[in-house]
Design a protein around this ligand. Structure first.
Ligand code: SF4
Ligand code: SF4
Length: 384
């Protein structure tokens, strides 16, 4: 039987909406964010609640296509569609939204969204050559500017003390998520890819981050206890897949569902929402300027918008070893040039360095290609 704690995550998003509305009535601000590069510690230190607004569902895409090109990444179209159709309650209650100049599609979408004037929109300038010292300086300045914008807009002062507390909470959240993900380093695995996704996605909507950390720790403890009594997911012959590539959420989980319906298991996810950032923690014992420490942390995120993006290859190699991976799937949303092109290097690493079967899947949020995807995934699993 599945861990009972999993049930606590099922409706977190809806429950959180109620808590967020209440907090807002009591004067707490809500800040919508679109990307892992958004320094959520600054939002927390301003006394506000950060909430992810990345679109993971197909429903609002037709409306988005009235303003945006059809051959744009579905994540961008879905995010924009939710914003303009008022279908996303979290967008609706956001006091302001923060974007970053990540990929071309997102930054140009933000221009169109800003022109609609629906919400105050603040866009950070993200440098994209991560190892240049000038990039760190630029990003540090961007963090300073965001800090000052939040202070002025919300009429608060973001003290170093508040920032250090926010850093601690965010570190703890990453620690709790990593401990959950790391359960699957054993063979057979202990949590399915779909459950892992659902938990990490739902918990991101919680108004109270400490509550999320407690829930994650309780789930991990329960799974460990069950494992000691023989519980596992699949068996030692179940193909173990590492999913990398573009972000996935509930509504855009079709590749994970198909892998698991075909008899495999997504035991680890490298993408945003998965392992990409959980190891990136700020050193809480450092006496350095906390804003600079944050800038350093965020510059290390291995996203394909960075060039070169060697940290992603290193992470994939390490994860393939640690999670005893049998095959790698690189997911690319249609229209995502950065992940699509970077797949060339991922294929090299997986085939040549790791000597593992590799599959790149390019798809969108529709269900129209399910059969094609199934055939390709079955072929990969047969190679294992
Ligand atoms: S994949 Fe890159 S651009 Fe997209 S949410 Fe993650 S960090 Fe941001
Ligand atoms: S998946 Fe690719 S195109 Fe879409 S928002 Fe992320 S980086 Fe941009």
């Amino acid at each position: 039987m599945k861990p009972a704690m999993l049930e606590n995550f099922e409706n977190l998003r809806e429950e959180s909406m109620v808590a967020m509305r209440q907090a807002q009535k009591n004067g707490t601000k809500v800040v919508g964010i679109y990307c892992t590069y958004c320094p959520r510690e600054l939002v927390l230190a301003a006394g506000a609640i950060p909430v992810g607004l990345c679109g993971t569902r197909e429903a609002p895409i037709p409306m988005a296509e009235k303003d945006l090109p059809r051959n744009l990444c579905p994540l961008i179209k879905s995010s924009y569609g939710f914003a303009i159709t008022e279908q996303c309650p979290f967008f609706l209650i956001s006091d302001l939204v923060i974007g970053e100049t990540t990929c071309d599609g997102k930054k140009k979408m933000f221009e169109v969204l800003r022109s609609k004037g629906i919400k105050p929109l603040y866009v950070m300038h993200l440098p994209q050559v991560p190892d240049e010292s000038s990039s760190l300086e630029l990003w540090y300045e961007e963090l300073k500017k965001l800090k000052s914008y939040l202070e002025t807009t919300f009429q608060v002062q973001i003290t170093d003390e508040a920032l250090r507390e926010a850093i601690h909470i965010t570190n703890e959240e990453s620690r709790a998520l990593q401990e959950l993900f790391d359960l699957n380093k054993v063979k057979p695995a202990l949590i399915s890819g779909l459950d892992m996704l659902s938990v990490s996605w739902q918990v991101g909507f919680l108004a109270d981050r400490r509550e999320g950390i407690k829930l994650l720790d309780s789930l991990t403890a329960e799974i460990k206890e069950k494992a000691a009594a023989g519980y596992c997911v699949g068996d030692s012959s179940t193909p173990r897949i590492l999913l990398t590539g573009t972000p996935v959420g509930i509504g855009s989980e079709k590749v994970i569902s198909l892998v698991e319906a075909c008899g495999g298991l997504v035991v680890a996810m490298e993408n945003c929402g998965g392992y990409k950032t959980v190891e990136l923690r700020v050193d809480e014992s450092s006496q350095s300027d906390p804003l600079r420490l944050l800038a350093e942390k965020y510059m290390k995120i291995p996203c394909s918008v960075m060039t070169p993006n060697r940290r992603r290859m290193d992470l994939i190699k390490r994860m393939a070893h640690d999670f005893q991976i049998d095959g790698v799937i690189d997911l690319t949303w249609q229209g995502c040039h950065t992940y699509n092109i970077e797949s060339y290097f991922i294929a090299e690493v997986v085939k040549n360095d790791l000597n593992l079967p590799f599959l790149q899947l390019e798809t969108d949020y529709s269900q129209s290609d399910l059969e094609t995807l199934r055939v390709r995934i079955e072929a990969l699993l047969e190679m294992i």
